[in-house]
Design a protein around this ligand. Sequence first.
Ligand code: PAF
Length: 299
Amino acid sequence: MSTEPTGTHIVSRSHELRVALKGLRKSGRTIGLVPTMRALHEGHLSLVRAARAECDIVVVSIYVNPTQFGRGEDFDRYPRDLEADTGYLSDLGVNWVFAPTDAEMYPAGFDTWVQPGRIAERWEGEFRPGHFRGVATVVLKLFSMVGPDRAYFGEKDYQQLLVIRRMTEDFNVPVTICACPTVREPDGLAMSSRNAYLSPEHRRQARVLSQSLCSAAESVASGERSAKNLVTAMRSIIATAADAVIDYVAVVDPNTLEPVSSVTGPVQALLAVRIGGVRLIDNLRLTPPEVSAPAPSPE
Ligand code: PAF
């Protein structure tokens, strides 16, 4: 019989974690996994809280995955503070922090990759070639190592969420993918580890991202149905920030991520913008009122 785990254990070896979780799984405990890359903020903690509320055992992985960063990206300066991160996780009642080394995740001779398909081609896939291959590969490895019943991801990385859902389904991984809403700063900026790179002036300018998305949502609510008009309006709001450089702004089908021309049902607005060289992404579901309104009750 396995006893109730107490405290937060930090492990770096997947074998150690597998042994610890084996008995708990056998005794029927459900396991929740929250994959992270350190520099934990409220967005991550909201995933951990959801896992804590829904699962018996919570595992948080902390691993800055080198294979999802392109050349010239911020891998080397990605914020790392394992001690602070484990402090937050222990306060939230996390049972295991899995912090593997590179040698554990990519041992010598590692040579097999998950190559996501169409869902990964556009948007982030276009601007960050190889990114989703790295994400899908490391997430599949984490699923194999931890064997979670449920795994938690933020809607902030909307395309990543769809890539992981597709991969999980295509490879028949027995895990439920749970999506949690984007957590925002009081002025609307989506929480991201990369916000820490913004200077105070660029942090102020970064408000245009959420402002443009909210404005699109309001336009749809008041009858705008042209995706082209929505994108034009979003672009002009973003352009009010002096140092903003747009990678993409798009209105897309929320399941396929293909651009739509008119809003005939729920759509997803996606954007990626560099502000003072810091690349930020955000997105929002836009739902026309005739779709979101409750169906009229039968006569
Ligand atoms: O969203 C992230 O932090 C990462 O892409 C993930 C899912 C932990 C994989 O490294």
